[in-house]
Design a protein around this ligand. Structure first.
Ligand code: NOJ
Length: 493
């Protein structure tokens, strides 16, 4: 009886909380996102260089579930004006897109800047500004020049210089018009995914390769941040950060708390703590754990490579806001005796002995990995503040996949429910400054190819003109943008 009363009380409190939701505060910005390889196509036009994605889809076709490639994708390289139209129609405040490194610098180095590449991004930026849409530019969304990969890619310490040189070229060309920069998208995929053979370059070496990559990705990010800070900020006053995907992790039982905290440090603290903590360097529990584990394994030093004191200082504070990509949640527990959890990043973090699971009530109708738990976002935002204080947080990706239908009610509910949690987090006092829907339109969803659809707009991939059609979620998002509320009177869903 008493238990029922508590459940009813909690349900009423939740209903009241939702009913009292306010509108988003003035200055809160809404956007939509894409990434170069996922939409541009034009993989070998003009003098464009080969990227690791061009390479892998052509040399290992079975790597992609539907055997497709991003050779044409949404053909945004030619149809960018169509993208401008749908962005304008949505009424977004900003558009987040990425620059393809090998399109701008075909050799990977600044010895030659592609005129066509430069013109393409310049036109896109001007087109956005002419429509009152701010460009938010990612420097690296997973498409490394293949020749740099051949030299070791993100595990070669020289990548820090290569990336810094590339970043300087991009700032020199576009910083007069672009005020918000993201250096690297989801380093956990760039390192842990790439070295678990989940994304290009598709290498199996998570014990050494992934951890070397972690160090150099962070140093490359910091180098790019410091270049902007020293050479461009005084002229243009823009902001630079990195964006991390964080899965909300909670303990399966009370006994799993310590493991959950370690799993959080491994999964995303490895990429955020060095940048956002007051101390800098690796997250302490993880650093100690990896040192002990590596010693037991017979390594002369920790597999998590050490930073010098100078490197710690360089990375610490290298951000003007906190970039967050958030999609899903998991529970954490230790493996049962003899259990060998899968290596996939949504199944386990085997490096720290953490098995990840979902709860039945988190079911969604999109991708298998995307368990829907809107409250996880609010928890995640609160956790970020608990760790790093009153940092301004820009949600740089959030969204879900759906079937190829225009009536994507699942996505409407997903975005609405997650936005409600953003409002509640703002009420909690968290400084969330904006929200970005992933994705503007269906695109090449990496190893899933075109089977998985994340778009507010459907794209007809059998049509040479790659027609873009607004889904129900695009209409819903347009209303959110107009009303600045997640659930308006006129929102029937
Ligand atoms: C995060 C990645 O940044 C993006 O490229 C991808 O399409 C979405 N997750 C959905 O999987």
């Amino acid at each position: 009886m008493c238990f029922r009363a508590v459940v009813i009380f909690l349900a009423l409190t939740r209903a009241l909380e939702v009913a009292c939701l306010k509108t988003f505060p003035p200055g809160f910005r809404f956007g939509a996102a894409s990434a170069a390889y996922q939409i541009e196509g034009g993989w070998n036009v003009s003098d464009k260089g080969e990227s690791i994605w061009d390479h892998i889809v052509h040399t290992r076709p079975g790597f992609i579930a539907d055997l497709s490639t991003g050779d044409v994708a949404c053909d945004s390289y030619h149809l960018w004006e169509e993208d401008l139209k749908i962005l304008e129609d949505l009424g977004v405040d900003f558009y987040r897109f990425s620059i393809s490194w090998p399109r701008l610098l075909p050799s990977g180095f600044p010895n030659h800047i592609s005129e066509d590449g430069c013109r393409y991004y310049s036109n896109l930026i001007d087109g956005l500004l002419a429509r009152g849409i701010a460009p938010v530019v990612t420097l690296y969304h997973w498409d490394l020049p293949q020749n740099l990969q051949d030299l070791g890619g993100w595990t070669n310490p020289l990548v820090v210089e290569w990336f810094a040189d590339y970043a300087r070229v991009v700032y020199s060309l576009f910083a007069d018009r672009v005020k918000t920069w993201i250096t690297i998208n989801e380093p956990c995929f760039v390192c842990d995914g790439a070295y678990r053979d989940i994304i290009a370059p598709g290498i199996e070496d998570y014990e050494i390769g992934a951890l070397l990559c972690t160090k150099y990705v962070l140093l490359a990010h910091a180098a790019a941040y410091r270049i902007y800070e020293r050479e461009f900020k005084h002229k243009y006053g823009g902001e630079v950060s990195i964006t991390n995907q964080e899965i909300w992790l909670e303990p399966k039982t009370e006994a799993d708390w310590e493991l959950t905290l370690l799993a959080r440090e491994y999964a995303f603290g490895r990429y955020t703590y060095p940048v956002f903590s007051a101390e800098g360097g690796w997250p302490p529990a993880l650093e100690a754990y990896m040192a002990e584990k590596s010693a037991k394994e017979g390594y002369p030093r920790s597999r998590l490579p050490a930073f010098t004191p100078e490197e710690i200082q360089l990375i610490k504070g290298s951000s003007d806001f906190f970039g967050l990509n958030h999609y899903t949640s998991r529970t954490v527990r230790a493996p049962a005796p003899g259990e060998r959890p899968g290596l996939y990043m949504f199944e386990s973090f085997e490096e720290v002995g953490a098995v990840l699971e979902s709860k039945p009530e988190w079911a969604g109708d999109g991708s298998d990995w995307l368990k829907v738990n809107p409250e996880g976002l609010r928890h995640n935002l609160n956790w970020t503040r608990q760790l790093y204080g009153d940092v301004r947080i820009l949600i740089i990706e959030n969204g879900c996949s759906s079937e190829d239908t225009l009536n994507d009610t699942g996505r409407v509910s997903y975005i609405r429910d997650y936005l409600e949690q953003v409002l509640l987090a703002i009420d909690d006092g968290i400084k969330v400054i904006g929200y970005t829907a992933w994705s503007l339109m269906d695109d090449f969803e990496w190893i899933d190819g075109y089977q998985t659809r994340f778009g507010l707009h459907a794209v007809d991939f059998s049509d040479p003109r790659r027609a873009r059609t607004a889904r129900a979620s695009a209409s819903y998002y347009r209303r959110v943008l107009r009303t600045r509320a997640a659930r308006g009177d006129h929102t029937e869903l």
